[in-house]
Design a protein around this ligand. Structure first.
Ligand code: BDR
Ligand code: CA
Length: 311
């Protein structure tokens, strides 16, 4: 199985991504590292543990990482995810303990302990933990197999500013360092994830599953959907973060290009924009596989099949 570390700020869509990974024998989740993002760290780490327990995996190590971006004040997204970050269903307070190592230390130690090129990082929140790990331990950078991240927007407008997507906007300096690291990167931006819209039919299918994870996914999706409905009049909720895990499982569901992506750090209106050279007009070196489309039916078939396997 492919070894992954999921770096996360749950988040309803983070939760679905984590469930998808835990339901998939092709992947071995070595641990979850929480980061401040959708809500502060004190909530994201608790949410991560709640999700593990829901999935019947209290053994999975969960670590708290950075509680603030590298150089900026934290921006959160309670307006999307609710006060807890995981509104939609009331889950019991977790009984599994938070590990007492810092999330950044876990990332560093794991990459040093495992053979080079065998650990993939899956960041689905701001990139603070990943950038901090690379700063503190430059030796691990070349050992990372791949980074498969949710973040960015270029052909699609941003969701936190007109130009920027939330995960990149919250910690643009961290994103810039990660994109400049030389590690092979796969980017799942809003361009692709806004195609990953739930349908009413699929949500009802989740609600009807004879397990506890299916109905939880339905409740989270209902909550998450209300934002997109009110704001954009769209039907359904975009399952951003699950696209990363789905890409690891079935890359043939996605379409994209190897290109150069730079992070805007100075723009007055464009801070955190992922400037994607899709038509290769700059001559700057390729640093990412930038995904633009996902096969929606295939994605939701995969999700249905996997979520049904969980408790
Ligand atoms: C990203 O931001 C968060 O709100 C979601 O969990 C996702 O990771 C989408 O822009
Ligand atoms: Ca997220």
């Amino acid at each position: 199985a492919r070894k992954i570390i999921i770096d996360t700020d749950p988040g309803q869509d983070d939760a679905v991504a984590i469930l998808l990974a835990l339901a998939s024998p092709e992947l071995e989740v070595l641990g979850l590292t929480a980061v401040a993002g959708n809500v502060p760290l004190a909530l994201t780490e608790v949410n991560a543990r709640k999700i593990c327990e829901l999935a019947g995996r209290p053994d999975l190590p969960v670590f708290a990482g950075c509680d603030a971006p590298l150089a900026r004040k934290l921006v959160t997204a309670e307006h999307v995810h609710g006060k807890s970050g995981l509104d939609g269903i009331e889950l019991p307070a977790p009984t599994m303990a938070l590990r007492d190592r810092h999330g950044v230390e876990f990332i560093i130690d794991t990459l040093r302990a495992e053979p080079a090129g065998t650990v993939t990082l899956v960041p689905i929140g701001p990139l603070t933990n990943i950038a901090q790990a690379f700063r503190r331990a430059p030796d691990i950078v070349e050992k990372v197999q791949e980074i498969v991240l949710m973040g960015g927007a270029y052909f699609e407008v941003g969701n936190i500013t007109p130009a920027a997507e939330f995960n990149i906007y919250v910690d643009p300096e961290a994103a810039a360092e990660v994109f400049a690291s030389g590690v092979p990167i796969v980017v799942l931006p809003l361009d692709a994830t806004h195609e990953a819209m739930t349908s009413a039919h699929w949500v009802e299918e989740m609600r009807a599953l004879p397990n506890r994870c299916g109905p939880a996914v339905a409740s989270w999706t209902d909550f998450f959907e209300r934002f997109d409905k009110e704001k954009y009049g769209s039907k359904g909720a975009p399952l951003h973060d699950p696209c990363t895990v789905a890409w690891l499982l079935k890359p043939e569901l996605f379409e994209g290009r190897q290109i150069n992506v730079e992070i805007e750090l100075k723009g007055e209106f464009t801070l955190g924009m992922t400037v994607a050279d899709y038509w290769r007009v700059t001559g700057r070196p390729e640093n990412a596989l930038y995904i633009r489309h996902v096969d929606r039916d295939g994605l939701f078939r995969l999700l249905s099949e996997r979520i049904a396997r969980l408790p």
